[in-house]
Unconditional design. Structure first.
Length: 445
């Protein structure tokens, strides 16, 4: 039995002043008061309060102010008798402080170079926040980035102390490792293994393309920290400097090891498993079940469309590893070779299970027990609603695998077909057992 909802009783609470939101938290069309929102379905203002981690409705009101007053009264009664106004950061008694610069590796394109400062796209201004007591507090909005950073430093001094301010500056100095290659001779770049080069990526180790600056970026990991070497117009120049950095900070041995690794990878590629279908006769493609074909995907098993190569790709899993068969211009050609690979490496072609219920008489649907029916789901076992196709779908589990039966416009029709499938593939006993189980459950409610 469902328990009655918590009831807000304000009959013994005197009127309280509404609690206005701070300007920075007001969105267009929203209330200017805390605890109040506009409920479009009823075309009224709703007042709500959180009590014991649950949202409780206070009431619905024609007037925004009336809703705000009742929220303040509820806060007065249920949260200790004090309506606290928003925390205000007051820096009038704090002298100017030098801004706290971020360390170089943490400055992203378009962000501030100062700690505690960010750019507000909506207002087209700089804003600054500080965490006090586990809560994010807004300090202010500024035209100037430096002014925002100065006020953040003042807020740290006032609310966290001189020690916290000094610690923030010390951390930046400790973390700002500078890669100096002034005394290092030129080194040949370290090429990546062919199998590790992705489209659009660099062919050199330690180099990546930095889209924000439209340049090549060289970075090295030193003592588990990624250190920036520099940005370059030229990919090869970035790769040379990465090799120089490895030579200086990790030694000649690390540089030689990186080059040897590429040779090992190359040898490994040459000895990879190769699919050989020269001795296999042509095989008919293996079509997917209609319910498993997604838009833009292949209608054949083992075949996918490869956008980068602009062609069809056939792959097969052998010993738990995906093995590449080949690229094809034709989807059918790829499917034929996949079937040939299955024939050779898996001994038989596994076609999808096709349901034939022509010899099965109609069966009554299997209703779910009342407590198992969720809102928006089917009332019958084995049936679900497919939102994309806007049809009812019937599926059955056979030998631990979910097998698609079909799509239906009518929920009852899908349920009847599911029951017929149970009768054919699992037997009359399984059908009766499912009926009895759901019947027993329904008596409990």
């Amino acid at each position: 039995m469902k328990m009655n909802a918590f009831t807000i009783d304000l009959s013994d609470v005197p009127p309280q002043s509404p609690i206005p939101k701070r300007k920075c938290y007001m969105k267009e069309g929203a209330s200017k008061y805390t605890g109040v929102s506009f409920f479009q379905q009823r075309n009224e203002w709703a007042a709500q309060i959180m009590i014991e981690s649950k949202r409780q409705i206070i009431g619905y009101y024609e007037s925004e102010e009336e809703a705000a007053v009742d929220y303040a009264r509820a806060l007065f009664k249920y949260k200790g008798g004090v309506c606290q106004q928003s925390f205000e950061v007051d820096l009038t008694d704090v002298p100017p402080q030098p801004p706290i610069l971020k360390r170089e590796g943490r400055i992203k394109d378009g962000t501030s170079k100062y700690l505690g400062v960010s750019f507000d796209i909506t207002n087209n201004k700089w804003q600054t926040h500080i965490n006090i007591g586990g809560k994010k507090r807004r300090i202010g909005v500024y035209e100037n980035e430096e002014q925002a950073a100065v006020d953040f430093a003042r807020a740290v001094l006032k609310y966290k102390g001189q020690g916290a301010l000094e610690k923030a500056r010390e951390q930046r100095l400790q973390n700002s490792f500078v890669v100096d290659l002034s005394g290092v001779s030129s080194q040949p770049p370290i090429l990546k293994s062919a199998g590790r080069i992705k489209e659009g990526a660099s062919k050199y180790t330690g180099v990546s393309f930095y889209k924000n600056q439209n340049k090549w970026l060289a970075q090295i990991v030193i003592e588990k920290k990624t250190c920036r070497i520099g940005c370059y117009e030229n990919e090869e120049e970035a790769a040379v400097d990465y090799a120089r950095a490895v030579f200086k900070y990790k030694g000649q041995g690390a540089l030689d090891e990186a080059r040897e690794q590429r040779s090992l990878d190359k040898a490994r590629v040459q000895t990879q498993f190769i699919i050989d279908l020269s001795d296999v006769p042509k095989q008919p493609p293996i079509p997917k079940s209609s319910g498993f074909i997604k838009e833009g995907a292949s209608k054949y098993t083992g075949v996918t469309f490869h956008k980068q190569g602009n062609g069809w790709r056939a792959q097969i899993t052998i010993d738990g590893a995906a093995r590449y068969i080949g690229y094809y211009k034709s989807e059918e050609e790829a499917a034929v070779d996949y079937a040939r690979a299955v024939f050779k490496y898996k001994a038989r072609i596994e076609s999808s299970l096709v349901f034939d219920l022509s010899d099965v008489p109609p069966q009554p649907p299997i209703p779910k027990c009342a407590g198992c029916i969720k809102e928006g789901t089917s009332q019958y076992t084995g049936v679900s609603f497919d939102k994309q196709k806007k049809k009812w779908k019937a599926q059955i589990s056979i030998e631990g695998k979910q097998i698609f039966i079909g799509y239906y416009d009518n929920e009852e029709e899908a349920a009847v077909v599911y029951a017929r499938a149970v009768f054919k593939y699992k037997g009359q006993g399984a059908l009766h057992k499912a009926m009895q189980q759901n019947s027993c459950h329904s008596h409990l409610f």
